[in-house]
Design a protein around this ligand. Structure first.
Ligand code: HEC
Ligand code: HEC
Ligand code: HEC
Ligand code: HEC
Ligand code: HEC
Ligand code: HEC
Ligand code: HEC
Ligand code: HEC
Ligand code: HEC
Ligand code: HEC
Ligand code: HEC
Ligand code: HEC
Length: 267
């Protein structure tokens, strides 16, 4: 109520001070006798004109005020008659069947200023079905929250450290996503670029043992042997084949009976 009063007052003030239209002309415009043109809008709705000017995107370049606000201008018409439906111009794609367009495109005059809140997964699915499938494929705490829990603006990607403590000091976002896939955080797959210090955050004893050894194993990265996926334990034979004759080996339970351990190898 107060807002619309202020708005009307501001419009009137603007109108009077600008002196660009006479009372008679306004009345005529309002009654629909005189057709307003796009240049007239700024005389009373400078805020909206500025908004479109700043970030109107294709609502600036592909349409004008009057393409959308087509009809008789108030007063004298019911409020809302001059407001278009999105579906007048946007039809025929799954995305255009969503409800509450203005819930995300909060300002039609700046249609790419998009904010998310509440349940939006179905909407994201109209364009990022690959990510939605990825999330749904592997149950995790991240799959139990909505996309908007992390993405509250379109294109915004949060830092893991906004919500989690790192495993060790100096770990950054870039480190986290070398091991964790954010949409499947329990699928712990990684490449060959993980330094031993990252594994050492939780397996410090093994790191120390390995690196203080004197064998050729001592110079290897953890991920050279424990490749691709967390928790994978290789067999010695995967790399060494059968280095000793079977007759000798058959007398022993395993390689480590003589070689002790891959991490503290006895030559
Ligand atoms: C002389 C001042 C003036 C001019 C020029 C003017 N308007 Fe308005 N407009 C107003 C006022 C005052 C209201 C508020 C009316 C109300 O709330 O009853 C309004 C309301 C509106 C509304 C809201 C209508 C609704 O149904 O809620 C729209 C949309 C609008 N104007 C668009 C335009 C466009 C587009 C132009 C340019 C083509 C324009 N106006 C030119 C003064 C003006
Ligand atoms: C792509 C369509 C589109 C274009 C282009 C557009 N508008 Fe709008 N406008 C809307 C819609 C939709 C609303 C209703 C917004 C809402 O309900 O929150 C609106 C609302 C308004 C209102 C009423 C605001 C209120 O709070 O009552 C005014 C005034 C207005 N527009 C002026 C303009 C002016 C001036 C221009 C050109 C610079 C313009 N619009 C361009 C779609 C458009
Ligand atoms: C009078 C026709 C018209 C109306 C009404 C309209 N639009 Fe548009 N809109 C267009 C046109 C034309 C384009 C440019 C072509 C396209 O992307 O389809 C566009 C583009 C867009 C874009 C992409 C902008 C860009 O620069 O990439 C968004 C987002 C959008 N509209 C949302 C909306 C929403 C939300 C509504 C309702 C509040 C709405 N439009 C109402 C005509 C309209
Ligand atoms: C849950 C949020 C959300 C809702 C609800 C939503 N949109 Fe969108 N819309 C988006 C996002 C995000 C984009 C992508 C913008 C980009 O490409 O940067 C988009 C893009 C668009 C585009 C431009 C791309 C294209 O496919 O042409 C149009 C037009 C559009 N939306 C119209 C609508 C209309 C009409 C509605 C209501 C029927 C609607 N949107 C509802 C989030 C939403
Ligand atoms: C209408 C189609 C559309 C919808 C709906 C949509 N997006 Fe997008 N999104 C895009 C496009 C196109 C891009 C790439 C261009 C860009 O960066 O704007 C993108 C980019 C992104 C990015 C940044 C990607 C990068 O690598 O930087 C994120 C994050 C994102 N979207 C999340 C979402 C979320 C979350 C939703 C649902 C709330 C959503 N999007 C809904 C079309 C859409
Ligand atoms: C727990 C927080 C979180 C949740 C929940 C989440 N995301 Fe993301 N999302 C991120 C982060 C962080 C990134 C950046 C990842 C990176 O750069 O490796 C990202 C990246 C993206 C990207 C761009 C990169 C890509 O993988 O294509 C899109 C699109 C995206 N998210 C969409 C979604 C959608 C859709 C949902 C809901 C189904 C969702 N996100 C749920 C945090 C989240
Ligand atoms: C907006 C907050 C938020 C962001 C950003 C976020 N997470 Fe989470 N994450 C959570 C919540 C909440 C949980 C569930 C409770 C917990 O374990 O702390 C969770 C759980 C996890 C889990 C355990 C999953 C499970 O199902 O037990 C891992 C692993 C994880 N996050 C890693 C990450 C990584 C890596 C990133 C960045 C790529 C990230 N998170 C970004 C909020 C977030
Ligand atoms: C070297 C690989 C690696 C890196 C890098 C890594 N993580 Fe992890 N993270 C793991 C492993 C492995 C687990 C599972 C431990 C378990 O099974 O208890 C885990 C578990 C988690 C969990 C769930 C258990 C818990 O501790 O609460 C969260 C949350 C998490 N990581 C967040 C992060 C964040 C944030 C970063 C970046 C700062 C990060 N991780 C970097 C390997 C890594
Ligand atoms: C966040 C802590 C954490 C990080 C970081 C971490 N691990 Fe682990 N790791 C664990 C925990 C906890 C277990 C035991 C529970 C399990 O099996 O998941 C484990 C188990 C293992 C196992 C044995 C699985 C078995 O079957 O006995 C291997 C091998 C392993 N980790 C290698 C690595 C390597 C290599 C890295 C670095 C790329 C690494 N871990 C990083 C916490 C971590
Ligand atoms: C030369 C290959 C190789 C390297 C390098 C290596 N491992 Fe292992 N790891 C193995 C093998 C083989 C086993 C199975 C147990 C054994 O035979 O000693 C194993 C077992 C493990 C286990 C589970 C059993 C246990 O001993 O607790 C963990 C955890 C582990 N490694 C972590 C690491 C970490 C962390 C690093 C880096 C600091 C690392 N490994 C480096 C080959 C290797
Ligand atoms: C991922 C492959 C891999 C695995 C698994 C592996 N090794 Fe090795 N190991 C190597 C490589 C590579 C060398 C160095 C060969 C060279 O330089 O000639 C090596 C060297 C050795 C040597 C010679 C050490 C020296 O300093 O001369 C012995 C003994 C050995 N490995 C035993 C084992 C045993 C026992 C296991 C299982 C507990 C094992 N390895 C698991 C790759 C592996
Ligand atoms: C009876 C004790 C014993 C057992 C069991 C044993 N090794 Fe050995 N291994 C040795 C000794 C001693 C040497 C060093 C003498 C040599 O070069 O033949 C050796 C050498 C090696 C070498 C280095 C060969 C080179 O050319 O430098 C590798 C690799 C190796 N063993 C792997 C294995 C693997 C894999 C197993 C299990 C399948 C295994 N060993 C079981 C005692 C053993």
């Amino acid at each position: 109520m107060k807002k619309s009063f202020l708005f009307a007052a501001a419009a009137l003030l603007c109108f009077v001070t600008a002196g660009l239209m006479t009372d008679a002309q306004l009345a005529a415009a309002a009654s629909g006798d005189v057709k307003l043109n796009d240049d007239d809008c700024q005389k009373c709705h400078i805020t909206f004109v500025q908004q479109v000017d700043e970030a109107g995107a294709k609502h600036k370049t592909e349409v004008t005020c009057l393409t959308c606000h087509d009809g008789t201008h108030p007063p004298g018409v019911e409020k809302g008659t001059l407001i278009p439906n999105c579906s007048t111009c946007h039809e025929g794609e799954p995305h255009f069947s969503l409800e509450n367009c203005l819930g995300c495109h909060t300002n039609p005059h700046q249609p790419l200023n998009i904010t998310f809140q509440g349940e939006v997964k179905a909407a994201c699915n109209t364009c990022h079905s690959n990510v939605v499938d990825e999330v749904n494929a592997a149950p995790s705490a991240h799959a139990e929250v909505d996309c908007s829990y992390c993405h509250d603006k379109h294109g915004y990607k949060p830092d893991c450290l906004d919500c989690h403590e790192p495993h060790m000091k100096q770990q950054t976002f870039d480190d986290c996503v070398k091991c964790h896939q954010v949409h499947q955080p329990l699928t712990l797959a990684y490449g060959t670029d993980i330094p031993n210090s990252e594994c050492g955050a939780c397996h410090d004893d093994i790191k120390t043992t390995l690196e203080s050894g004197a064998s050729k194993h001592a110079g290897f990265d953890c991920v050279f042997c424990h490749a691709s996926k967390h928790g994978v334990v290789p067999q010695c034979q995967e790399c060494h084949g059968e280095p000793h004759n079977q007759q000798m080996l058959s007398k022993f339970e395993g390689c480590n009976q003589c070689h002790q351990s891959a991490h503290s190898l006895l030559k």
